[in-house]
Structures are given as C-alpha cells and as structure tokens.
Design a binder for this molecule. Sequence first.
Ligand SMILES: *[C@@H]1O[C@H](CO)[C@@H](O)[C@H](O)[C@H]1NC(C)=O
Ligand SMILES: *[C@@H]1O[C@H](CO)[C@@H](O)[C@H](O)[C@H]1NC(C)=O
Length: 420
Amino acid sequence: MQSRLPCGGCTIAAIVAISASLPLLEAAKAASSRSSARSYAASARSVPMSLEHLETALLALEKQRGTPELAGTVTEIDKMVTEMKGMVRNQSKLTQQTINQAWSDFISCAGLYDIDSRSDLQSVDSIARVHANCRLEESGKKMILDACEKELAVRSASELQRKGEFDTLNQFPSSGFCAHHTNSQQYSTVRGYIKHYRDHFASHLLSWENAFNASTDATKAKLHTLRDCYGDDRTKNGQGGKEEALVTKKVDCQKLQRKVEDAACDRIAHRADCVSYAKCYESNHNAYFASGQTKETSIQQSGKQREEYRALVRIKCVLDAYATYQDGPSLSKSISDCQQVQADVSFLDISLPDEADAMPPDNTACLQHSSSEKPGSESFTTQFYQSLIAKDDSTHWDNTKDDVLTCKGRCCPLPTDATV
Ligand SMILES: *[C@@H]1O[C@H](CO)[C@@H](O)[C@H](O)[C@H]1NC(C)=O
Ligand SMILES: *[C@@H]1O[C@H](CO)[C@@H](O)[C@H](O)[C@H]1NC(C)=O
C-alpha cells in the first residue's frame, strides 16, 4: 500500500506514509511498541538498522526545513538509505540462492536412482519356475540312479551268494573220499561200486558247472548294472552312467538357482535405491513446491523486497529534493513529484529455476515393483523353491533340498551371519 499525497506541504506525512509502506518499518514499529529500547536489529537480524531512526530522522528533517542543519541531516539519512538499498539487494541475492539450493536439492534426487539401468530386472517368479522344473528333472534322475543302485545292491548280494555257493563246490574232495564203503549194499558188486561213482561224480560235475555258471552270470549281471549306474569305469565318481546324468542336471540346476537368487538380489538393490530416491523426491518436491515452502515464500519475499526498494528510491528522491532546494515551493513540488517515481526494480526479480522445462520426471512409481524376500531366508526358500518343487510329490523336495538350501546368489547371507 503506497500513499500518494497531492499536496506539497505535507512532506513529513508523505515521507512517513512512504516509510509506512516499507514492510520493514511495520516490523520496526511493532518491535518498538513492545520495547522502545530494543533496536530493530534485534527483531530482524537481516536488517541491522533501526528504521525507527530513519523515521525519527525524517521527522527532524521537517523541523529543520529552511535551517542550516538541514544539509547535514540529509547527508546522514542519505547514507542510511544507501545502506538499506544494499541490504535489500543482498537479501534478494539470498532469496535467489535459497530457491536455487532447494531446486538443486530436488533435482539431485534423480542421481539416487537410474530407471534405465533397471530395465533388465528379471522376474524372480518366472526364473524360479524354470529352476523348479530343472529340479524336478534332477529328482527324476536321482530316482533312476537310486533304482539302479538298488538293483546293484541286489546283484552284488546275489554275486556274493553265488560265489559262496561255487566256492563251496569248488573244492577237491577230502582224502579218503573215494574209499570203498564195504558195508554198503550198493557196493556188493563191482558193477554197483563203479556205477555209484560214475553217478556221483556226474551229478557233482553238473552241480559244479551250474554253480560256476551261476557265479559267473551273477558277476556279469553286477558288472552290467555297475556300468549302467556309473559308466564304463564302473566307479562312483560322477563320470558316466546314470550318475553322470544326475550330476550334469544338478549343475544345470545350480546355475539356474544362482540366476533366481541374483535376480532377487538385483530387485532388493533396486528397491533400496528406489526407496531412497522416492523419499528424496517427495520431501524435496514438497520443500520446494508445497504451500508455505521455498517457492511460495521466495516469491513473497521478492515482492516485499521490490516494494521496499521502490520506497527507498522515493525517500532518496525526497532527500535529493531537500538537498537541492532546502525550502520553498520548488521543494514542495519536487517532494510531491517524488510520489510518482516508479523505480525500475527488475534487477531484484528472482528467476524460478523450475520454469525452463527443467522439471525432472517423477519415477516414484518404482515403488510399485514387487519386492522379493532375500535369498537364503526361510520365506524365500519356501516361496520360490519348496512350494514349486514339492507341489505334486514331496519326494522331489527331499531329493533336491540339500543343494537348494545352499544359498548361491551374490547377496546371500555370509556363513557368519547364520544363527548358531
Ligand atoms: C552485501 O553483501 C556484500 C557481499 O557479501 C557485503 O560486502 C556488503 O557489506 C553487504 N551490504 C550490506 C548493506 O549488507
Ligand atoms: C554252463 O555254461 C556253458 C556256457 O554258457 C554252457 O555251455 C553249459 O551248458 C552250462 N552248464 C550248465 C550245467 O548249465
């Protein structure tokens, strides 16, 4: 609110009215009404100068109209006005710095989260299903190997038994075996004696051959099963046969498991970035744009600064009039004209950094991406492994769990993290 008085003879009223349009002066008056001893500087640290003094000085100016002291007073007040203009300029710079800082805080949030680098985030669920299928195949191969080993156990037992039977028969008779049993009815004739031994050794030879063949066949069958289970080297070393098929499949599944867990690790890292980004974005967006915050406050402050500066220019104009005319109608006219001065204060305008298509995109939607549990946790294992692998038959879980429960991703808990 600015006063425009038409009369030339009401200088003090005009100057006081001009001064009253200074928001600073209003504050000074409020301060002085509470405590006349307290200087304006105490209540507004940014303007360490008493506007009361300026007002007092302006009143003294009217009293001194036409006197020799006038020049000295004018010079004093002039100094104060010059100083106050400097303060307003400095305040305007501070206002600009404040708004620049708040804006740069806001846009710097973008550095916390790069949405483009996250476009390759994989779905943990879909890889987990591929992995579960692999584990089902692994379990199938384990069952085949188990059956083979079960057969091998039967064949080994059988070989042992046959070999024992053969060893029993594969002996030279004890001495005296062929001694003549004189009491035997069968041997009452020589013919009977010879016939008896012929029959006895013929059946013995048959038994020996049968036992030999059974033992040999049992060994062949065992070797065949050994090859079947473990390959040509017939050794349980992961190379060859049904064992190798299982081991190969397990390695494939381990690779897939690592992929599942790494994908989960990526999502966890992504989520952490996203959360800090979203927090930063929202709070700094508010700090800049919200009602009563930096932007609105700065615009208001800037408006006041322009008003104050214009008022100071008008006061300076009055002071110049006093310096030029001391008294008389020319002075009154000049003072009156000073009311019309519209100083160009555009140099105090603040520039709003948000007005140049500079608004960063709002990527806070990253929070909506599903998060996943940490690999190695019980809930992760249940959700992404056990429930998928055991869904038809819990045997599959039993067959694979030892390996699956060993966390393989890059964000797995360290062994030292495990609860003892
Ligand atoms: C304005 O700021 C400048 C530089 O910081 C300083 O030298 C000068 O004294 C200040 N002027 C006023 C009136 O506070
Ligand atoms: C034992 O095996 C051999 C060779 O296969 C065969 O010729 C012979 O008849 C078999 N002996 C018996 C008693 O089965």
